[in-house]
Design a protein around this ligand. Sequence first.
Ligand code: NFS
Ligand code: SF4
Length: 666
Amino acid sequence: MEIARKPGGDSQNCQGVACDVCMDLSEDAEKKGVKTYIQRMNNRALDACRFGSGGTCCRNCSLGPCMIIEEIPDTIGICGATADTVAARNFARMVAAGSSAHIDHAIEIAMVFLETAKGHTDFTIKDETSLHTMARMFEIPIEGRDKHEIAIEVGERAIAEFGKLDGPIAGVRRAPKKLRETWERTGVTPRGIQREVVELMHRTNMGNDQDYRNLIKQATRCALADGWGGSLIATGLQDIMFKAPVPIASSVNVGLGVLAKDKVNITVHGHDPILVEALAMVSKEPELEAAAKKVGAAGINMVGVCCSGVEGIMRHGIPVAGTLVQQELVITTGAVEAMVVDIQCIMQSLPEVAKYYHTEVITTSDRAKIPGATHMPIDHHHTLDYARKIVLRAIERFPMRGEVKLEENAQGVVVGFTFETVKYILGGRFRASYKPLNENIINGRIRGVGVIVGCTSPRTKAGNDIVTVAKELIKNNVMVVATGCAATECGRAGLLQPEAAQKYAGDGLREVCEAIGMPPALHRGSCVDNSRMLVGCTELVHVGGLGDDFSALPAAGCAPEWMSEKALAIGQYYVGSGLLVVFGHTFPTSNSKVVTDYLCNGIENEYGGKWAIESDPIKMAHLMMEHIEKKRDALGINKKKERVLFDMAMRRDLEAPTTKGAGCPR
Ligand code: NFS
Ligand code: SF4
């Protein structure tokens, strides 16, 4: 498969291409002998294994590996496992792995949070509103109590959620009543966050659960434990320590304006906002600024990559150089003194690429070491001291800089549209509410909500499919909400600015965006922040007029360029919460028609949500819009008639007695 420049991804043939900015950098670097994902894709000796990509290769025991072809009876596993069992088992293991990434991230955050609440770290309890939200979720009293006292209890309760064996987990309280009933009826209410991952790994062992429906059921419970458990806790506690994001202007792209020609550029890459916060805090310190000036730099410039980038931009306006596929290319600009990484989505090739430049790759988490990188693990009791050491190392590299290749290509963005921010923008400080959004969906100015999540992939012109889907949705008056690398790609394409509404949005959406100065595509944070989508959907339900469950909402999700197991976990918790989720290019059960049909159809009868697979981005957008219109028809809002928005009494009626409005406790 040759990666070359061409205008737009050819999704039919799955020909990968990179964008012009990336191709320029890559071609230049290649002359030096540097190999990035582009060369690796070009030089791949074998195409992706069809058994592996379709989900029917099993290597769960040493009787195999068994490669199974659904249509050929003799190709079942030595143990008798069929294509359905193996595909479901592999799918389930991917969901378990993806969930565990979010959950382990959340565990680290919860532990640092508790230490912070006790005053043992460099961080503080910054956001009391977010603290109260989490306290309500755990049913912890807040009236008249000191914030540290509340925070200690929140931290302890959060930590206990992970090891709990008997459910339900606290996060499910934030789901609409009907959805909670669906989970109870189908038996997928998570009991404890880690328990569901462990049980799923057990069930997928050789000779254990062999019923594909039962395997998918546990995969759903595991994914729900991620979304409504691990991810929700991570986002909530991060907001308390580092403050819930509010709209902030910044810029994205691999070029000038993001990276600085005259400053020490430190890129932070990975996922844990603790590292981002620490580096952001110390990089402004006068002593470090002075140290940078001493080596001839004009100062220190922090830049983000992947979800660390997303965390940094939405809380501090730190510009983002790129997504998954740009991580190596950022180094090839020659302008990066240090690439500091923590966990997840970090290519092993980074130190190899860095050898051709003056860049030092620094790993900081004992969970993720890379040969060739400098390991500087961080002790969270003294995070800032460790961060200072890292910044000083980067400063030392500045005089070693060689040729720098930086084009003017920074793209302006406005990011940080969390659920709370959107409420505030729509209703103002005193009437903060989703009511205007519901009204505009009901009156049809906005047809519905399209959620775009997940990674960028060289299976297409990286970023192209995400942007094509986003533009098509916006053009047809579907409001886009994006997270993770998908959000950054929307930014690179100029969709995250209020002006984009005039350029790309249909009349109805444009009117709403112009009235409140909002971009037609909203940046809602990192991949862990997909929990913000869950909370947002609950609010859409609770405000009223759009049904009593997620499955009734005119909303759909997609991951056009997904690659990570984490994306699959997110997709499965959306599906398990009642939403349609469309994935592009490849689907891990495609070699089992039975399992794929179940995930794309049958599963809807159980949880109200389902998967769809579509690689053409325009068709993907239309599939989402058809779903949205079907939901609008079912709600009766495509017919002109008086709709009732719920008053407090009606809202209370929707919620469980114990939650006291905690369906969405803010
Ligand atoms: Ni999400 Fe964030 Fe990006 Fe994909 Fe990786 S950075 S957690 S997995 S590649 S969107
Ligand atoms: Fe083969 Fe069964 Fe072992 Fe899998 S578990 S490798 S299908 S024998």
